[in-house]
Design a protein around this ligand. Structure first.
Ligand code: AMP
Length: 180
């Protein structure tokens, strides 16, 4: 486990003070561009569910689409996009969630997951957990059984993973970074 974590951590680039002062932006484009790190990350994320039946993988726009698509393929599951308001063409369910400044809204297609289907939520990183919490609410609203939420990166000081576990959804993360 330790060596796996080390490899992946080394493949993630940190940009200081982006997008604003005081934020250490964890840039996964370097991980995605590294063939063995990308494969490793996807393999490790899906490991607990290898061989079990997962119907759908829901990915959060935009980096969650890239990892979520690969995770869905690996699990032989369908992929469902969770997008910013106004981007999806068919009937949607919508939820508001708070960002550091103000509110945003995300949507998914109402028929993206059928009631009772087993689904996994994917994003690149969990910080405060506000984004993932909103996504879990959408998935539950349309009747999904949310089996897990998985993220390459956890910022544990911000408490997001705990917030999602408190909703009854197990969380899997691969690399932890201190701070914001
Ligand atoms: P949160 O809702 O606070 O858990 O924020 C998670 C979302 O914001 C994810 O979609 C991340 O991609 C993005 N995010 C938050 N903090 C960072 C960070 N330090 N580096 C890269 N992305 C971040």
């Amino acid at each position: 486990m330790a060596s796996m974590t080390f490899d992946l951590e080394a493949a993630i680039r940190t940009i200081e003070d982006y997008p604003k002062d005081g934020i250490q932006f964890r840039d996964i484009t370097t991980l995605l561009g590294n063939p063995s790190a990308f494969r490793r990350a996807v393999d490790e994320l899906v490991h607990p569910w290898a061989g079990s039946k997962i119907d759908k993988v829901a990915g959060i726009e935009a980096r969650g689409f890239i990892i979520g698509g690969a995770v869905a393929h690996q699990l032989s599951a369908g992929f469902v996009p969770i997008r910013k308001r106004g981007k999806l063409p068919h009937e949607t369910v919508r939820v508001a969630y708070s960002l550091e400044y103000g509110l945003d809204e995300m949507e998914m297609h109402r028929d993206g997951i059928s009631p009772g289907e087993k689904a996994i939520l994917v994003d690149d990183l969990i910080a405060t957990g506000g984004t993932a919490e909103a996504a879990v609410k959408l998935m539950k609203e349309i009747g999904a059984e949310v089996v897990a939420a998985v993220f390459v990166i956890d910022l544990p000081e911000l408490g997001g993973a705990k917030k999602i576990e408190d909703l009854g959804v197990p969380v899997r993360t691969l690399v932890e970074f201190a701070g914001h």
